[in-house]
Design a protein around this ligand. Structure first.
Ligand SMILES: [Zn+2]
Length: 308
């Protein structure tokens, strides 16, 4: 298995997760005492009637014993934290995240993940620089800013989970998380149209936060804000699939900025030559102006919803 699961060592002792094994289709059929033909027939039946018919697996399967060596490897990785201290409201903080990990090397091919999530990572760095320069010029934000490229997203949002369970600044004082994951490409729906971004989660916990983002866009960027994936009934469930979710589950209002998937998603062809830099720039402006507003307004965004 070249794609091992990963988790925190402190949770492993308690883990009740069953061991998972990959079998070849042939061996799988043998273990379940069925045949490819029967499975195909079952599939056709299922397609026709839309519901499961009589099981194709024999009711009395023999016990199977699998002996395999369990390999455990320990390694260390880290989130990166960049802090710009605020002024009169410095005890409150806005966290800006993007994951800097990707899926590594597979079959000798390097997966660079230029869009996923190189695009978000450079956006975070640019914003950190802008806020730091503003502060140097004596015009820094009232609330504090935490710029945090996180690790381990592709292995189950591990970096953001670690941060929210070991926060450096209190979660009660964390007023919002803006998370950027893939903003450098277009998806099939938009194709040649670069002037859009999917907004996910902005209204789930705080109407204020949603309005701040809309207003920043109306005033400064005029992107088409597409809420398709914010629909709780959307089958993709992106609300749960990137780092912002670890903040949302702690009742911290979030916005997830996203361009949708494309043919190079999780392929070694997700390369920098294909990145639309003007698109990254424009969406980064939107995130920046939203962050700037939250950082400097008198009242933090009110949590008035339940996150559903
Ligand atoms: Zn990603």
């Amino acid at each position: 298995i070249d794609q091992p699961t990963m988790g925190f060592p402190e949770n492993q002792e308690k883990s009740k997760r069953a061991a998972a094994f990959f079998l070849s289709p042939d061996l799988g059929l043998q273990v379940l005492q069925t045949s490819a033909k029967k499975v195909e027939k079952y599939r056709q039946q299922l397609k026709k009637s839309g519901k499961a018919e009589k099981s194709i697996v024999s009711a009395s399967l023999p016990a199977v014993t699998i002996k395999a060596e369990r390999k455990k490897e320990k390694f260390i990785t880290e989130n990166v934290l960049g802090y710009v201290e605020g002024t009169d409201l410095k005890d409150e903080v806005i966290v800006i995240t993007a994951h800097y990990d990707h899926i590594g090397v597979q079959d000798g091919k390097v997966y660079n993940g230029a869009d996923d999530d190189g695009s978000g990572t450079v956006a975070v760095l640019e914003m950190a620089q802008a806020f730091a320069e503003a502060k140097q010029a004596g015009k820094g934000p009232r609330r504090s800013m935490l710029f945090m490229p996180v690790t381990g997203e592709e292995k189950g949002l591990l970096g953001s989970e670690y941060y929210t369970s070991h926060p450096v600044l209190p979660l009660e004082s964390t007023v919002a998380n803006l998370n950027i994951d893939m903003i450098g490409r277009t998806d099939e729906k938009y194709n040649d149209d670069r002037n859009y971004v999917y907004i996910i989660g902005s209204d789930r916990l705080s109407t204020d936060l949603h309005n701040i983002n809309e207003e920043a866009n109306n005033t400064h960027t005029q992107l088409k804000l597409d809420y398709t994936y914010n629909d709780p009934a959307d089958p993709n469930q992106f609300y749960f699939r990137s780092d912002h979710y670890n903040f949302a589950k702690n009742n911290i209002p979030i916005i997830f900025y996203f361009n949708g998937v494309h043919e190079d998603y999780h392929q070694h062809t997700d390369e920098v030559e294909k990145i639309l830099f003007d698109k990254i720039e424009k969406i980064t402006h939107l995130v920046f102006y939203t962050a700037w507003d939250i950082a400097n307004r008198n009242e933090r965004p009110v949590v008035d919803k339940k996150g559903e």
